[in-house]
Design a protein around this ligand. Structure first.
Ligand code: C2E
Ligand code: MG
Ligand code: MG
Ligand code: MG
Length: 279
């Protein structure tokens, strides 16, 4: 009987599922130590203003390099960090690291750089986020308007009123907020009115085929004109080609970010990029 049960359990898990859960367990265990063992680091992708042609900021993106597992993509480990709750300590570390780095760049003379940090819905719901953010700004000496928090439409899904209260609080402290991957979530357009966001990030899935897909073209230009009439800034992400850039310019998109300009860079690579960009 026991053997039979064992076999039926064995058969319930396909080899792929076993491999997947093995990998999953490995990630859960390894991620617990990643921060303490200094396996995490932050890279910075330049954001460029189409008005001035200047680099006006960066997006901070998390990277994990494990001695045996190698480089693990955030698309794979962020969900693991969320389900284990590790995202709370990791997320706070990203915020602090990005704020300290950006303040150092200000002191170097690049005084108009802002930094955009991705936030998980979990951080938004389960911590005193406004308090944490204020403390990090105090410690790093970075002025609040230079910090931008990237939220996805999902933050408001479970508790819209709670989310609005947190956003109001952050807004009152001078921090800016943007909606990441705009257009891919479940947002009700009426929330946009209540959310204190200042910018919409047009998702790269709409930007990718902009030159060949008339629907993507229509969506991008509709988002930009809607944002304009609501007084919101727009940034397009995933800009890889000159054609995409031209279209975005024609539509008066405010800012761009993507491989066409630069990949996410280490702090010292970013400094090199800034020096090259200015000359
Ligand atoms: P995201 O915030 O939408 O970030 C944009 C992603 O697109 C990044 O992937 C970036 O490296 C990539 N990218 C930038 N330009 C281009 C381009 O021209 N072409 C293409 N194909 N891709 C481009 P990455 O760094 O792998 O991050 C994936 C996602 O992981 C992020 O999407 C974000 O949702 C999440 N993530 C990354 N860092 C953090 C973090 O510190 N905290 C949280 N909560 N999530 C993070
Ligand atoms: Mg983002
Ligand atoms: Mg995005
Ligand atoms: Mg994303």
């Amino acid at each position: 009987r026991a053997k039979q049960d064992g076999r039926s359990i064995y058969r319930f898990f396909t080899p792929e599922m076993q491999a997947r859960s093995g990998r999953h367990m490995e990630l859960v265990n390894a991620l617990r130590y990643a921060l303490d063992r200094e396996q995490l680091h932050v890279v910075y992708q330049p954001q460029i203003s189409l008005n001035s042609g200047r680099v006006i900021g960066t997006e901070a993106l998390l990277r994990w390099t494990h001695p045996e597992l190698g480089t693990v993509s955030p698309a794979e480990f962020i969900p693991v960090a969320e389900e284990t709750g590790l995202i709370l300590s990791i997320g706070e570390w990203v915020l602090r690291t990005a704020a300290i780095q950006t303040q150092a760049w200000h002191e170097h003379g690049w005084t108009d750089l802002s930094v955009a940090v991705n936030l998980s819905a979990i951080q938004f719901r389960h911590t005193d986020l406004p308090g944490t953010v204020s403390q990090i700004l105090r410690e790093s000496h970075l002025d609040a308007p230079f910090l931008e928090l990237e939220l996805t439409e999902g933050v408001a899904m479970i508790d819209p009123l709670g989310a609005i209260a947190v956003m109001n609080d952050l807004h009152d402290r001078g921090v800016r907020m943007s909606i990441d991957d705009f257009g891919t979530g479940y947002s009700s357009l009426s929330y946009l009115k209540k959310f204190k966001v200042s910018k919409l990030k047009i998702d790269q899935s709409f930007v990718r085929d902009i030159h060949s897909d008339p629907e993507d073209k229509a969506i991008v230009s509709a988002v930009i004109s809607m944002a304009k009439s609501l007084g919101l800034q727009t940034i397009a992400e995933g800009v890889e080609t000159a054609e995409q850039l031209l279209f975005l310019r024609e539509q008066f998109c405010d800012e761009v970010q993507g491989y066409h300009f630069a990949r996410p860079l280490t702090a010292s690579q970013f400094e090199q990029f800034m020096n090259d960009w200015q000359t």
